[in-house]
Design a binder for this molecule. Sequence first.
Ligand code: NAD
Length: 247
Amino acid sequence: MGEYGDKNAAITGGGSGMGFAMARLLVGGGARVVITGRSRATLDAARERLGGNAVAVRGDVASLPDLDALADRVKDELGTLDALFVNAGIAPPTPFGSTTEEAYDELFAINVKGAFFTVQKLAPLLGTGAGVVLTTSAANVIGMRETSVYAAGKAALRSMARSLSSELLPRGIRVNAVSPGPVDTGILDSAMTPEAAERFKAERVADNPMRRFGTPEEVARAAVFLAFDATYTAGAELAVDGGVTQL
Ligand code: NAD
């Protein structure tokens, strides 16, 4: 039995990027995982790569009926959860002057409302000692151009890691956040023109103390540490960002 052989986990946005890296790390250690996302094709490809210990459930975290269905499925497949990774998110640029109400609402519906109700709907399945990990962002604390809506949403999540911890600690459940810096997962390419993505990525490398992107695996290791090993840590945010928010 591997390091996580007796563990069950759910990962929103687990079909790609950092969520997939979390799933691969856990399944590699023997855990059983449920991954979710919006794209059936992405989820099927991820499940194929992860093997029999992974279940893929299609659903939109901004939809409460989808989250109810997810909770039912997790209960059927795994029974209870030892870890919940609230990782699904979108990162479109939100220039101050041209961001529409629709774009604002969509970003908050997925990144903030979606995260809050993911925890609310799955909390009944979390056992004593379980860990919840929210994926925030270095953008929380950096005034980067064209990110005001995204950054504000991630700052809301950072705050929730504290307040949800207060509510869930009486049940022995810790809530923490992992805060990635730039990680080249494709999330930027899908949100911008190729030229804008290249420019944005070059800027992120230039202003990072380590002069490079992080890898999905580096973020996954930190998230899994928070979920399972950080047993005296609650309401904290762990920066995995090459030092860009610290130096
Ligand atoms: P990604 O695009 O590979 O992963 C995001 C995942 O979320 C995808 O699997 C997608 O299907 C899922 N998702 C999006 N909207 C959804 C919805 N409405 N319902 C269900 N699933 C949905 O990109 P990633 O970089 O791995 O992003 C993971 C998280 O990390 C996001 O919350 C993102 O904001 C955050 N983040 C990313 C970076 C970075 O540089 N890549 C930096 C800081 C924070």
